[in-house]
Design a protein around this ligand. Structure first.
Ligand code: HXC
Length: 519
């Protein structure tokens, strides 16, 4: 073979590898409304930036007729490329080859790029579309999964890890995405479960569809496993590109600051009137978020899950931040189990990757009731408190309206190392709301009043007295718990200045092996 033939052989082999499991299987993939692994990579990465590794790897199995079936790449495409010019490592499982199932060599390819991403300090993106463990390989496949899991764990908090699920992801295969920072699922074409509908029926007698058991909608709104729900794969891949622009390459870097063309001193008069006169009336916290962030751009995480708290990424003068905000429009913005877990996880992500946290507070307290108590609200609420309290990134807190009881302490209060805590003049910072407080404080006096109207008048008077004393920001400000009471329309500027001031903040936690967050 002369050198020209040798080059031709390389070209032919590459061509063969790019065909994956062949034309027919690619057609089947397309007929399900799905892209192939290579098409996905093309949408995800900057044009022409993909460098593929291990294209010539094949499996080493000799059982079940596998010795006669070899596909170059062995069902997963791995390598690196760039997104907006920044390096990312990635793998994309190829369902057209053995259903994207995970063999020993398939796992080794994934591990190789994860190891290199750790050395380089670059994010890893995994695109999952797989029938799970390669059945013909048995225990070697299980070992391969565990190799990946261990790397997911060691990479946690060191490099951002993002999972897209664009097809089946079942059995033990679910745990690699579950160990990563963000999971994105495509609507109607993806599912995740530990055991599928058939086994569920056998074991529990329950009849349930794949979609209802582990579809994207369910995970985005009920289990909270999916942080992002995309209407299709293309939207999902573009969402991942966007998501990455808010985070640094690794835990030793700061997030990437971009140029900002939105004036930092832009006043928004509407904010002075956004809080309704009646403090029990709802309003949409997202109106406030959109009004204060750069160019009204807010990248929401967990949009469909625990909607009583809103979390997501935004920028202030080009500085990426994590936003956490109670949502009065949903369950009055109360903190419950789901909301606490959702926000805690988000706060911890931001802290891992040096992303400052801006918190907007309007919280009536923790949700009462046996369902919450029996479900462990104490433990879950403690997660959020723990997350805020251990976070060393800059923390700016604005109290818009209610900030009551334990929820006040939890929501990035001064004593949980809130760096800069401002309040609007509409803030109500107290142990509890006026109604509950008066019922407890004046219970005996109330019992002695027989006349209904007189009792009502008495309650109103006492509530008014309580409101004047506590349901305002000035009591907290008089103790220095609130650094300043600010005009709502000036909020954007005050946050920008706070973040600028805190940019050089250094805070360390005591040395230890790791914390013991209440799980
Ligand atoms: C080997 C597999 C495979 C697997 C699919 N294929 N799953 N090959 N190992 N796990 C192959 C099929 O034989 C077929 O090959 C091709 O992939 C496409 O599969 P289809 O069944 O035709 O596709 P579809 O109808 O879309 O169904 C997809 C599916 C189904 C629902 C995922 O394939 C399925 O149920 N697969 C088995 C899932 C499973 O039980 N996996 C093991 C889970 S246990 P041809 O040649 O016909 O194209 C597990 C433990 C991990 O994962 C533990 C880690 C800790």
């Amino acid at each position: 073979m002369n050198s020209q033939d040798k080059v031709q052989k390389l070209i032919d082999l590459r061509e063969k590898a790019r065909k994956g499991g062949g034309k027919k299987r690619i057609e089947v993939q397309h007929s399900k409304g799905k892209y192939t692994a290579r098409e996905r990579i093309q949408i995800l990465l900057d044009e022409g930036s993909f460098e593929e590794y291990d294209m010539f790897v094949t499996h080493r199995t000799h059982d079940f007729g596998m010795e006669a079936q070899h596909y170059l790449g062995d069902g997963v495409i791995t390598g690196h490329g760039t997104i907006d010019g920044r390096v990312v490592y990635l793998y994309a499982q190829d369902f057209t080859v053995f259903g994207g199932s995970l063999s020993e060599t398939h796992a080794a390819k994934i591990c190789k790029i994860m190891d290199q991403a750790m050395k380089v300090g670059a994010p890893v993106i995994g695109i999952n579309d797989s029938g799970g463990a390669r059945i013909q390989e048995g225990v070697r496949s299980l070992a391969g999964y565990a190799e990946i899991f261990e790397r997911n764990i060691l990479a946690s908090g060191v490099i951002p890890q993002i999972s897209a699920v664009f097809g089946p992801c079942a059995g033990g295969a679910v745990y690699s995405p579950a160990l990563t920072d963000f999971i994105l699922m495509s609507d109607k074409t993806s599912y995740m479960f530990v055991t599928g509908p058939r086994v569920t029926k056998t074991v529990t007698g329950e009849t349930i569809s794949t979609e209802a058991l582990g579809g994207a909608q369910m995970h985005a709104s009920q289990s909270g496993l999916a942080h992002l729900l995309a209407k299709d794969e293309e939207e999902g891949l573009l969402m991942i590109r966007k998501l990455l622009c808010y985070m640094p390459q690794n835990n030793l870097e700061d997030p990437h600051v971009t140029e900002c063309n939105d004036p930092i001193d832009r006043l928004d008069d509407a904010l002075n009137e956004v809080i309704p006169d009646n403090s029990n009336e709802p309003y949409d916290i997202k109106d406030v978020i959109f009004a204060i962030v750069d160019n009204q751009e807010f990248f929401e995480i967990h949009r469909q899950y625990a909607m009583n708290i809103v979390v997501g990424f935004a920028k202030f003068n080009g500085i990426p931040v994590g936003m956490v905000a109670n949502q009065p429009n949903h369950m009055a913005g109360v903190l419950d189990i789901e909301a606490s877990r959702k926000a805690a996880r988000f706060v911890r992500f931001c802290d891992c990757f040096n992303i400052p946290i801006v918190t907007l507070v309007d919280v009536p307290g923790f949700l009462p009731g046996s369902a919450q108590e029996h479900g462990g609200i104490i433990l879950h609420g403690a997660k959020l408190m723990f997350a805020y309290g251990e976070a060393t990134v800059p923390k700016v807190t604005i109290t818009l309206r209610k900030s009551y009881g334990g929820a006040h302490d939890v929501m990035s209060s001064k004593q949980l190392r809130g760096d800069i805590n401002y309040a609007w003049p509409t803030a109500e910072i107290a142990v509890m709301g006026p109604k509950g407080a008066i019922e407890i404080l004046e219970g005996k006096a109330l019992k002695s009043i027989e006349e209904r109207e007189e009792a009502q008048r008495f309650i109103e008077e006492k509530e008014q007295e309580y409101k004047e004393k506590f349901a305002n920001p000035y009591e907290a400000a008089s103790f220095g718990y609130i650094d300043d009471v600010i005009e709502p329309r000036n909020t954007r500027f005050r946050i920008v200045r706070a973040l600028r001031t805190l940019a050089s903040k250094k805070e360390m936690n005591p040395p230890r092996k790791h914390t013991n967050i209440p799980l």
